[in-house]
Design a binder for this molecule. Structure first.
Ligand SMILES: Nc1nc2c(c(=O)[nH]1)N[C@H]1C(S)=C(S)[C@@H](COP(=O)(O)O)O[C@H]1N2
Ligand SMILES: [Mo]
Length: 406
């Protein structure tokens, strides 16, 4: 697996004058006097909240809607470096608006088929034994059927996935405290936003790994991510990770809410629909080079991207630089975690000709990514959630990069 990179480095030549030659800069210029003395902030300047360098411009994007209501924004994957999404760049999706909740007034109610209904304040929850885990969160509407859109950049095509370290209390602990009754088999979770987002969740998943999260990347949840409390349901479609969580009812059947009947079902060619399609299928995307980007000239590049699966850990990522004729293993960067983004890297020398670069991943269950055509053949053209097709970026001779699928 590590072989492609190692072989590449042994071949040597490619890096000469770029990395190995410290005397020459990457563009082959001779060394100058180095950076001028930069301007400084005033002496003794410190700040209560750090800000990024003013030279950094990476930002979320959204599309203006005809109603004037913007309901989602996307993570700039093309700028991503490791596997963690900075909290301020986590994608956001809300069916109504983002509520401003005072944590001192917020409550979580657990009731229904339990021996002891419970009400928790946020402070009470934070006192309980907690855990931190790195998980991706992806909207099932991410990377839709490319034949139905005209998205050009990785942010537009795949920016509704993000990955954070989440901290919270295992939901199983709260349910044990409440005492789940024998006939219980599902939960119904509800948010405190204007949408009152409500979803049915199998009890088995709750007893396994669902978190009632209050922390994100070492701080409190962001308002957009559900402050002060949300469900974080590892590997499952983002919609079910209820934000601004205020109520969990333990029940004996799914409640067929709007989000699992009129929405978040997948229409098949024969007119039937898949329902409760919880797990996100294995997916990967090359983040560099990617659509809208530009390669300054022929030579060495590290192709890099992200892979993830709602069915477990990523086992393998393959990269093609010739439009899918040949595939080689990319290097997986540690840590490779279940239900988390995995960073892959692949050393490449661009010869300056037209090239199409693609990645495809395989997860621990053997799940893989189909081509767009294969997926459409099986699932039809109405199918638009859970589209885990192989993404392809075309590099033109002038170095410009565009989406090869639109
Ligand atoms: N209460 C509530 N929870 C919600 C939503 C919502 O509108 N209201 N949107 C859902 C959808 S569709 C997704 S994809 C995820 C997005 O989580 P994020 O905004 O933290 O990225 O939240 C889910 N949880
Ligand atoms: Mo979503």
């Amino acid at each position: 697996m590590k072989s492609s990179r190692r072989r590449f480095l042994q071949d040597g030549a490619i890096l000469t004058g770029l990395v190995a030659g410290t005397v020459r800069s990457a563009s082959g210029q001779t060394p100058g006097p180095g950076p001028e003395n930069p301007a400084h902030r005033s002496a003794g300047f410190v700040s209560a909240m750090g800000e990024r360098s003013r030279f950094e411009a990476s930002a979320r994007i959204w599309s203006d809607s005809s109603t004037g209501r913007v309901t989602s924004s996307r993570t700039p994957l093309q700028d991503s470096k490791g596997i963690i999404t900075p909290s301020m760049l986590h994608f956001e999706r809300h069916h109504a608006r983002v509520p401003e909740i005072d944590p001192r007034r917020h409550r979580l109610l657990i009731h229904g088929l339990v021996d002891r209904p419970l009400i928790f304040t946020v402070a009470e929850l934070e006192r309980l034994p907690s855990i931190s885990r790195i998980y991706f969160l992806e909207c099932s509407g991410n990377s839709r059927n490319p034949r139905r859109g005209n998205a050009e950049t990785a942010q537009q095509t795949h920016g509704m996935t993000s990955c954070s370290e989440w901290t919270g209390v295992p939901l199983s602990l709260l349910l044990q405290e409440a005492g789940v009754q024998r006939e219980a088999s599902w939960l119904v979770a509800e948010g405190a936003d204007a949408a009152k987002m409500t979803r049915s969740i199998p009890l088995t998943k709750a007893m396994d790994d669902i978190l009632v999260a209050y922390g994100q990347n070492g701080g409190a949840l962001r308002p957009e991510q559900g402050y002060p409390l949300r469900l974080l349901i590892p590997g499952w479609e983002g919609n079910i990770s209820i934000k601004w969580l205020r109520q969990i009812q333990v029940v004996d059947q799914p409640y067929m809410t709007r989000e699992e009947t009129s929405r978040y079902t997948d229409l098949l060619p024969d007119g039937r629909a898949r329902q409760f399609t919880f797990e996100m299928d294995p997916k990967s995307v090359i983040t560099f080079p990617s659509g809208g980007g530009n390669l300054p000239g022929p030579g060495f590049y590290e192709i890099t991207g992200l892979a993830w699966s709602g069915r477990g850990a990523i086992r393998r990522v393959e990269v093609s630089t010739d439009g899918g004729a040949n595939w080689q293993d990319a290097q997986l960067q540690e840590p490779v975690l279940r239900f988390a983004h995995t960073r892959f890297r692949f050393a490449w020398k661009w010869d300056g000709g037209e090239a199409v670069v693609q990645s495809r991943c395989i997860d621990e269950q053997g799940g893989f990514q189909p081509t767009v055509d294969e997926l459409i053949r099986v699932r039809g053209t109405n199918y638009n959630y859970h589209h885990n097709h192989i993404q392809a970026w075309k590099i033109n001779r002038d170095g410009s990069v565009r989406n090869a699928l639109v």
